[in-house]
Design a protein around this ligand. Structure first.
Ligand code: Q9C
Ligand code: ZN
Length: 343
């Protein structure tokens, strides 16, 4: 299988994050992609290919132009306002405040409008890194479109928490959604996104919620206790013609393999019933037992089984890297899925 990767991911590095009341080094660090790449090479998965640069218009199939402008320009604005350090939002619209549907003009108000948390900052080069991660997803999609059975887009920063016009959860552009749209724009009528990252793919859900051309199935920590909170409940099944095409599997803290696998198999069956012609896997491996920010109990061998079962769909498949923070086993776990797939 071809891996799409660019060292440009180094252009994004939020130095720190707030974790349970402490300021710590961020878990979403550049080393993550290096670790996965090293394992790809170690097992001889296949060629590693630098993605080309795509037009912004391809990204704007998913994200609003005003949001893309904001991502590209907010750092310069921050500096122009006389601020040093990185760009951080710090306050959001509480349910007691009215929803607004146009961006406010003030810098901090606009930062609040275009985000939902402060998991990651915007640095001088975050836009370029996020753009290159989207390029990485697009190049993988194009490889599959030109006949590859599968491809691996080793994206960083990740994407599934980013919505049409917001960032959060370490994500800026929704790489998996951009790839799914690429399939739709090039002959596919129905695409399934199977999100196995430990966290709910709230951005992907928001993007496709009212659509029937993309089925999203997501397995994740119950939003009653786990980030991103508030979204990811089983009752969220899509809206309008999208009704029935959003499938959430919230699972309790401490979920072991048998329980995770049962949910996975239920989603597997429903994806098959949808009869998609292409598949995008939001490949987070943070359901691993030793993940430092997660609460499930999967072991490294389980990721092989996941890959094998994904192969059973018999569909053109794009794997898009999302989360996974247990640096010691991250390469093994992610590449196990790909090796399991290849059989
Ligand atoms: N300090 C992805 O896996 N909150 N994003 C961490 C612990 C943010 C996860 C809280 C988690 C975001 C792509
Ligand atoms: Zn995650």
């Amino acid at each position: 299988m071809k891996t799409f990767y660019t060292a440009d991911h180094h252009l994004h590095h939020s130095g720190m994050e707030l974790s349970f009341g402490r300021i710590v080094e961020t878990f979403e660090m550049p080393e993550r992609a290096e670790i996965v790449l090293r394992r790809v090479k170690e097992v001889g998965l296949g060629p590693v290919i630098e993605p080309p640069s795509y037009e912004r218009a391809v990204i704007e199939r998913i994200h609003t132009p005003d949001y893309v402008d904001f991502l590209e320009n907010v750092f310069a604005e921050w500096r122009a306002a006389g601020r040093d350090g990185e760009v951080w939002p710090y306050s959001w619209r509480h349910r007691s405040m009215p929803a607004i549907d146009a961006p406010p003009s003030g810098l901090d108000a606009r930062l609040s409008y275009y985000s939902f948390d402060m998991a990651g900052s915007i640095t001088e080069t975050t836009w370029r890194a996020a753009k290159r991660a989207a390029d990485t997803a697009l190049a993988g999609a194009d490889a599959v479109l030109s006949g590859e059975r599968a491809a691996f887009s080793l994206c960083r920063p990740p994407g599934h928490h980013a919505g049409r016009d917001f960032f959060g959860g370490y994500c800026y552009l929704n790489n998996a959604a951009i790839a799914a749209q690429r399939f739709l724009d090039n002959g596919h009528a129905r695409v399934a996104i199977f999100d196995v990252d430990y966290h709910h793919g709230n951005g992907t859900q928001e993007i496709f919620y009212d659509r029937d051309d993309v089925l999203l199935a997501s397995l994740h920590g119950d939003p009653d206790f786990e980030f991103p909170f508030h979204l990811g409940y089983a009752r969220e099944r899509g809206a309008g013609k999208g009704e029935g095409y959003n499938l959430n599997y919230p699972l309790p803290a401490g979920t072991p393999w048998p329980q995770w696998q049962a949910a996975f198999e239920d989603a597997h069956e429903k994806i098959r019933a949808y009869e998609p012609s292409a598949l995008v896997i939001s490949l987070g491996v943070d359901a691993f037992k030793d993940d430092p920010i997660s609460q499930f109990k999967l072991e490294s061998d389980h990721f092989l089984t996941i890959g094998r079962r994904i192969a059973d769909f018999g569909l053109p498949t794009l794997f898009v890297m999302e989360g996974g923070y247990a640096t010691g086993a991250l390469g093994l776990n992610a590449v196990n899925v790909l090796q399991g797939f290849e059989g």
